[in-house]
Design a protein around this ligand. Structure first.
Ligand SMILES: [Zn+2]
Length: 373
């Protein structure tokens, strides 16, 4: 019979202290080992030099060939526009039926306004979470990672307001008093414009999604990149499979290169086109449809209450404006008020639609061609 331990109080205390010493020794060993791995990882991990990355990114863009105007195609041999639909299931959805109607109408307008024969094909549909996780690598790929790293002025950063005012001041300095008056009215000092911008953007983010939470707040901080211009910019540079991404989310936020019409809209970029080394039209675009379909207090007030038909028509005209960049390589235009080449100056998109729809002359031939998007 094996000898049994007698569990006196003395023996129990001894046993516990021995076990503790053993555990302590064991944990210390483990900790030292983990520290060693951590320092080894730190030593191996190259710190990104963002100044160098900026130069490398600039050189990458410069080295891309100058843009060429896309031929109009023919009925038998149209230009193909491949589209991916990306959806945030918490925001108003664009059903397959709605998307197909939009593609059809865009195809018709591309022909009647620009003379393009288009074949539009939606090749993929996925959620925003799936899309960002699939493309995560782009945010660590040099040099196209630079916009994602550099452009965003986070809504949650401590010096947000100072940074926004600085960037607004820079953007306003490039425009004449007449243009500033047209976009901002009488109150167009940098401080006034920046304050209005912050209050508008704050209102958009605070508005509730149908499921009840605000669009962006501390509870979903990590989703800020879904709305970030810089992150979409990197994704467009990385895109190899489609010419346009159509999404029900909005590209809405502050960044360090906002043009005045984005400032005037409170940070809303409806859509944009970026350079591409991979796609036939030398560019890839994204269309963020949330501001067009959201029936929230802010958007109903600023944009107006629109019927489904009017919303869809607005998307088509704004998308056509983007095709003016992507296919015709036309510059952003600030002069011809009733031309489709001039982006909607504010969120009254449908007022803009009524003007450009009635336009007899979009001044297409007078607008210069870009070398880069
Ligand atoms: Zn534009």
């Amino acid at each position: 019979m094996p000898k049994r331990k007698t569990f006196t109080l003395k023996n129990t205390v001894k046993l516990i202290s021995w076990k503790l010493r053993k555990t302590y020794r064991y944990s210390t060993g483990c900790l030292l080992f983990l520290f060693a791995i951590f320092f080894f990882w730190l030593a191996c991990k190259k710190q990104v030099d963002w100044k160098k990355e900026e130069v490398a990114f600039g050189a990458y863009v410069d080295a891309l060939p100058d843009l060429r105007v896309t031929p109009r195609g023919t009925l038998q041999n149209p230009q193909t526009l491949l589209v991916r639909y990306v959806e945030n299931p918490q925001l108003p959805k664009l059903t397959k039926e709605v998307r197909e109607r939009i593609y059809l109408s865009l195809k018709e307008k591309a022909l009647s306004v620009f003379g393009y024969h288009l074949y539009i094909d939606e090749v993929e549909a996925l959620t925003i979470a799936q899309f960002f996780s699939k493309k995560e690598k782009a945010f660590q790929t040099s040099p196209i990672q630079f916009p994602a790293h550099d452009y965003l002025i986070s809504w949650f950063s401590q010096n947000r307001d100072t940074e926004i005012e600085k960037r607004v001041r820079e953007a306003l300095a490039k425009k004449s008093p007449e243009i500033l008056f047209a976009y901002f009215g009488k109150e167009h000092s940098a401080l006034q414009v920046a304050q209005k911008f912050i209050s508008r953007l704050g209102e958009i983010y605070a508005e509730k999604k149908p499921e009840g939470n605000p669009l962006l707040s501390a509870h979903n901080k990590e989703e800020e990149i879904w709305y970030s211009y810089g992150h979409w910019d990197t994704l467009l540079y990385a895109e190899k499979d489609v010419d346009f991404i159509f999404t029900n989310i909005g590209i809405i936020g502050a960044d360090n290169g906002m043009p005045i019409y984005v400032i005037a809209r409170g940070g809303v970029t409806s859509a944009f086109v970026e350079n591409s080394a991979h796609r036939p039209y030398q560019g890839v675009g994204v269309f963020g449809a949330y501001p067009f379909f959201a029936d929230t207090v802010f958007f109903n007030r600023e944009r107006g209450v629109l019927t489904q038909e009017q919303k869809e028509e607005t998307v088509v005209w704004v998308w056509l404006h983007e095709l003016g960049h992507l296919l015709l390589k036309k510059e952003e235009n600030y002069s011809f008020a009733d031309s489709v080449h001039r982006a909607p100056p504010n969120l009254k998109y449908y007022e803009w639609v009524k003007r450009v729809r009635a336009s007899k002359n979009h001044h297409t031939n007078e607008i210069p061609i870009m070398k880069k998007f």
